[in-house]
Design a protein around this ligand. Sequence first.
Ligand code: CTP
Length: 565
Amino acid sequence: MADYIYTLETRLTPDQQKAVTLVLDTAKAAGMNLYLTGGAIRDIITGFPIRDLDFTVQGNALKLQKDLERAGAVVGGADAETRSLLLTLPGGVRVEIGMARSERYDKPGKAPQMAPATIIEDLRRRDFTVNAMALSLNEGSRGLLMDPFNGVADIEAKVIRVLHNYAFLEDPSRMIRATRFSTRFHWPLEERTQARYESGKENNYIEHIRSSSIGHEIEQLAYEDDAHGVLKAYEKEGWLKVLNPRWSVAKVDTAGLGGLMKTRQQMNELGYTPEVAPAVLHFLTERLGDKDISDLRRAIPRKDLVEAWKDLDSNAHSLAKRLSGKEAATPSRTWQLLSSARPEMILFLAITARKQAVTQKIKNFFTKWRQVQQKIPLPEMTELRITPQMPTYPKIANDVFLLLLDGKLRSRTETLKFLKPLAPPPPPPPPPPSAKRGRGAKAAAVAAVVAPPAVAIGKPGAKGKGKVAAAPAAPVVPIKDKFAAATKPAVPAKPVAAAKALPAKPAVPAKPVAVAKALPAKPAVAAKVSKPTKAPAIKKPSKPAKPTKPAAKAKAKAGAKKKRK
Ligand code: CTP
């Protein structure tokens, strides 16, 4: 039997996993059973990206709202009729939590009678077999897949199949959805489903579509990877005018949409994951009139998406203005400005900026300036004991990067000259052997000389968490000597004070995470360096230091030898 929990855990992003835990804990605390349902299960099985998480609870999902908000959820919409919540959880995870319900259609085209129900009954009200599965997340049945219509088989066969003959008649939005899923997955409609679909088109079932379904389908378009392709399919099938009578493929800014997707891909490769849905809607409706755009916005149930769409232009305008002003007068300042801007805004501006200078700065941010990281002398920094374990490391790394970016450190020598005063003091010399008489003490002293204690000069690549790098066979040139020509005799300066002496305007102390993002490649290498030992205070050694390990070993050996004699 397939281990769906394992698949779930491996397929979800860390933020999605946290979202599952949060919703599960919240539902549990409220005494409700929770199931992962719909598209998420389909995507887990197929291997397609999991775009959002649909949960179904046995109980009123609206009761979970306050607890989820306290945990950082943003409520994008709440539907009193279906007792469901539309949420955005930390990390931008889109979630819908609905009440398990049955739906009874007394008259085609009219809203169904809804009633709280079991999860199996809930699956019976759904659109297609591949969407009518639920995974239990509850104790006792965790990992159990409920698949009453054999959706797994249809996933394997790659077909879209309705659950029964009246599916399109009862909910005509399923015809739009069939087109959408068929276009996205390149799966055909199963033969009988296709026949019902054609009949539905002929008999104009679509005129009975509910306005809430129209809003839902407009919203779903925003999250399609190939929204343009889906829109074309909608136009061909006659569905686009259902969503808005004046909408057509000709109203799309095709170049803008294409640029958006391409730049998003490039940003993804650099580790950014901007939410593109608001911008997708922007480009899809670029040439529609204001009234039609307002109608579309009103119809969309997820209000946080609508707000983000509305704000795009003004946010991009203000970022463009800042990028044209003093705040972005130098590469380092521009870097800092763009590093603190929301990725969504940079992405949108990259496509829509009118000024060449603004576009160029964004381009540099994503390409040329990143290569400057390679000039950071990581091996030398490690030798100087400037390692990620230092609390001031992120700031030092960031400062060096910014100075390099502005051309204020023009060579390796200059960079090392800047770094040297920021190095922490060297570790203390090896403690003297304890004053002992006899052969054992002598042997220990000899051993201490032959095998000097491990030193904390981390070498890139030295492995072992918390371990100290073994002393190299060839003596390491003392750092003091190595840079003596370039710098003054080493006065162990306080890192903070030294940083103040920066030639440029001191950089805003970056958070470690920000730096890690800003400098993704190299610091990662440096992070492998073994942890340096904490340097004990040199001035007042309170007790005689313990013998080092090699010394202790030698002592033991010598003791054993003595015994044998
Ligand atoms: N659903 C349905 N009929 C509808 C709308 C939704 O049966 N008219 C059910 C389906 O089970 C669907 C789930 O609600 O899987 C969630 O709907 P939606 O988010 O629109 O689609 P997903 O299947 O999640 O697909 P995706 O988010 O990948 O587009």
